[in-house]
Design a protein around this ligand. Structure first.
Ligand code: HGA
Length: 619
């Protein structure tokens, strides 16, 4: 979600800005824009269409210059409309209706005190052209401007409450962009006699690999071939210059090739064997050190696990709870990050706080992590797919999944590799706590190593799933059932279906059926059932009977040896093998395929489902 790219150069940077936006496009957005310093003033193009259309518009209007900023917006305040798209301009209270503007600004995040600031600025004579919270920042900087943009930004920022990454330039200073972050990601890209900012290093792939990860509260002043980073020193109340390490980052391009696939989501589902193999690549045995230096000491100190996550990551955490309690015998709770961060909870310093995030930039999860730490829980670990992300930098320990760039908004390979990371965590905690014999370790490792082959065999079920998806595409509702370890898999299957096909889907632990949702079951209701051959199989079969007795249509993903056979109203796809504790990693794959092919049959925008965005960097 939300992309920022900015540059100060001597060459025309519009192609770089547009290309940067394209690399971030997969994250989802509803409008986009670019502004440059040209012919002594500010010029911009904005669109509620795709970045390609913005590019066309900018070319047609002859927008070309060496200093500029660009943005993809995912609206939080104000409708997705051209007048709300960034960059926003401020022209000062007495500029008059024809004034072209003095300050240009793009923003990711949310300004919580925008109402108060808007009232204040209106009273000073500022006229608002949008309904966004962002516009107050542009006017506020304009209000403080008296010839030095950095100074104006530094004066304005302490007035803002909420989260932001901003990039701004001024009509009166042609070769300067000032950017700042607090709660939203931002990097500085250092080039040869030119400098860049972006909300993700991926936007600068091919432009520069010299990256500074700006820290919370950093303000960067970019000029031609020079930059300074400053931050507020709370003791003196002044901004002081700080040094940050420049890292060489080989950021992958977001524009990965689709190859033979129709959509990135399909490609990513099929990449899972490789993603899992890569995630396990460095694992030669189980040890706490897989999670970083000092992990053994931390694992010895903790006697509880608290998992914090959102969306699909919450379901990988929910699956891990079953593993952690049954294998590592450690009490585990899983909380939705946006709930945990605001509720009164009972902190326990002997808790290992585990955050899960594909991007490592999920705003709610980062805030929940900080909340846990502020409550005295200092032991933190993240399972994350981006080694350079804020989450990895914030946590004491980490396991980096190697899923590669995930472009489709609906997460697939990030989920299964998270499960691999969480299973390794379970084994490492079990070992530290004396619950992992050498024999059990060897058995689990063997199963883990065989996983890519096992997932490949499940992917071969695609033609059978396609046949079902034709039926599903005609439905408006679906129920998903699972039990135990596979209940979170049912939840994930329902989430996938609703995200991309827009079919209303609910998941229940199968034993709950008779306590309410059975009332929904008719011949029109497809009931997807995850049926591994585990200790709960007989119970699950009884739950399936409850559905059959009410005329419901069952679609069952059954392990080979479950003796569940197809009959009228009972459709079965047989899974190639039963996989014990790791079975959820196999069982989620056909559910991903079902959602994908159902969405294709309904003709939705699979990789960019409506209203959703990738890496949710706003609260
Ligand atoms: N709150 C601002 C910016 C939202 C955002 O980060 N978009 O990418 C708005 O609604 O415009």
């Amino acid at each position: 979600m939300c992309g920022i790219v900015g540059a100060v150069s001597q060459r025309n940077i519009v192609p770089i800005l547009v290309e940067g936006l394209k690399r971030l496009e997969y994250r989802g957005y509803d409008s986009c824009g670019v502004a440059v310093h040209q012919d002594g003033g500010l010029r911009r193009a904005r669109s509620t269409s795709r970045v390609a259309e913005l590019q066309h518009q900018a070319e047609q209007d002859g927008i070309a210059a060496g200093t500029g900023i660009a943005h993809t917006r995912w609206a939080t305040h104000g409708a997705p409309a051209v007048h709300n798209a960034h960059p926003h301009f401020s022209a000062g209270p007495n500029a008059g209706a024809d004034a072209v503007g003095r300050i240009a600004l793009v923003h990711n995040g949310i300004i919580e005190n925008h109402d108060e600031l808007r009232a204040e600025l209106k009273a000073r004579g500022y006229v608002f052209a949008s309904q966004t919270d962002t516009e107050v920042i542009a006017h506020l900087i304009d209000h403080h401007y008296s010839g030095d943009l950095l100074d104006a930004v530094q004066q304005a920022l302490p007035r803002l409450k909420g989260a932001y990454a901003v990039a701004v330039f001024c009509r009166d200073e042609p070769h300067r962009v000032v950017a700042a972050r607090e709660g939203s990601p931002l990097v500085l890209g250092v080039g040869e006699s030119e400098n860049f900012v972006a909300s993700d290093a991926m936007a600068l792939a091919g432009v520069t690999d010299q990256i500074v990860y700006l820290e919370e509260g950093d303000v960067v002043d970019l000029q031609l071939g020079r930059y300074w980073i400053s931050r507020l020193d709370t003791t003196s109340g002044r901004f002081i210059t700080v040094q940050r390490e420049v890292k060489t980052v080989h950021a992958h391009s977001g524009a990965a090739e689709l190859g033979p696939y129709r959509h990135y989501m399909q490609k990513e589902i099929f990449e899972q064997p490789v993603a899992i193999a890569n995630t396990l690549d460095a694992v030669t045995g189980i040890s706490p050190e897989l999670f970083g230096d000092g992990a053994w000491r931390v694992f010895k100190e903790v006697d509880k696990v608290l998992i914090l996550a959102c969306g699909t990551s919450y379901y990988s955490g929910s699956t891990a709870k079953y593993w952690l309690e049954s294998i590592a015998k450690i009490p585990t709770s899983v909380e939705i990050a946006s709930e945990y961060r605001y509720r009164d909870s009972v902190p326990d310093p002997k808790t290992l706080v585990v955050t899960i995030s594909q991007s490592g930039e999920t705003a709610d999860t980062i805030a929940a992590l900080k909340h846990a730490r502020a409550q005295g829980m200092k032991h933190t670990l993240t399972i994350c797919n981006v080694s350079t992300s804020a989450m990895v930098r914030e946590c004491e320990l980490a396991y980096i999944t190697r899923a590669g760039a995930e472009i489709g908004v609906a997460s697939t390979k990030a989920f299964t590799t998270q499960l691999v990371g969480l299973f390794l965590l379970t084994l490492a905690l079990a070992q530290t706590r004396g619950h992992l014999s050498d024999e059990a370790e060897a058995r689990h490792l063997k199963d883990l190593r065989h996983l890519p082959v096992a997932v490949q065999a499940v992917l071969a079920l695609e033609p059978q799933v396609i046949a079902w998806s034709e039926e599903f595409a005609r439905k408006e509702n679906a129920l998903f059932l699972g039990r135990g370890l596979h209940y979170p898999i049912a939840l994930e299957g329902a989430l996938k279906l609703k995200e991309i096909s827009y079919i209303h889907a609910e998941a229940y632990p199968a034993g709950e059926l008779k306590h309410g949702p059975l009332a929904l079951v008719t011949a029109e209701m497809p009931v997807v059932t995850v049926a591994p051959n585990d200790a709960l199989l007989e119970k699950l079969k009884s739950n399936m009977q409850e559905v059959r007795a009410r005329g419901g249509q069952l679609y069952v993903f059954a392990d080979g040896d479950t003796a569940i056979e197809s009959e009228a109203g009972l459709h079965v796809i047989r899974m190639p093998e039963h996989y014990g504790a790791l079975s959820p990693i196999l069982h989620v794959v056909p559910l991903q395929l079902l959602a994908y092919h159902t969405a294709c049959a309904r003709g939705t925008d699979v990789d960019k489902p409506r209203n959703l965005a990738k890496s949710v960097t706003v609260e």
